[in-house]
Design a protein. Structure first.
Length: 221
């Protein structure tokens, strides 16, 4: 058997033993993952395609096309988007004026491209075929404490993103302190995005779950 140069579809050589059923079966099997299938729901798609291949297409009735990135099914018409939140309060140790603690996002409210996993809770990772410019907004809610400043920054692959930092003074002792940061970041497949925070109140300071999140959306692919 030989294969076509671009898609490696099998076809018999002149010297092969004539076996039409086998040759047709090999060709049909090779084509099976290259044509798009039609399903009434994502559940039916996932039940039928148990070993999807990167780049495979599937049409979902009423929703449109989805394709497999190699790690997750995503909608063709949608740009990647995620909203990551904190449900378990965290504590940020005193770090002077340095944003040295990566926020641990334990819940994905939405994650259309599968960029977040709890095993690496601080990270949003750009998936295969999803490279481009991303808008990022990070918000942090600090427990009441009137001492010092609160800082926050974004990083890609552990390196701070230029101009993606913010710093502000603590609020009055009876009030929560909110810090907010918006930026545009370029991500390549495999790059991971994190939000780092710091504070100089003199002791560890709690980060309140409510009001703490990271929102990510691709704006240009």
């Amino acid at each position: 058997m030989k294969q076509t140069p671009l898609t490696q579809l099998p076809y018999p050589e002149a010297t092969d033993v004539v076996d039409v059923p086998t040759h047709l079966q090999l060709l049909a099997t090779a084509l099976d993952s290259r044509v798009y299938l039609r399903f009434d729901s994502t559940a039916l798609r996932d039940a039928a395609i148990t070993a999807p291949q990167a780049g495979q297409l599937a049409l979902i009735t009423g929703n449109g096309f989805s394709y497999y990135t190699g790690t997750a099914w995503v909608w063709v018409q949608d740009r990647p988007m995620a909203i990551l939140t904190v449900t378990t309060p965290q504590a940020a140790p005193a770090s002077g004026a340095t944003a040295a603690t990566a926020l641990q996002f334990d819940t994905a409210v939405i994650d259309t491209a599968g960029g977040h996993v709890n095993a690496s809770a601080s990270r949003y990772t750009c998936q295969a075929g999803q490279g481009g410019w991303y808008w990022v907004r990070s918000s942090v809610c600090w427990a009441p404490n009137a001492t010092g400043n609160r800082v926050m920054s974004l990083s890609v692959n552990g390196t701070p993103v230029p101009y993606a930092q913010t710093q502000g003074p603590a609020s009055a002792v009876a009030n929560w302190t909110l810090t907010d940061l918006n930026s545009h970041v370029f991500l390549k497949p495999g790059d991971y995005l994190e939000t780092f925070v710091g504070q100089n109140s003199g002791a560890a300071l709690a980060i309140v779950a409510a009001g703490t999140s990271m929102q990510v959306r691709q704006v240009h692919g």
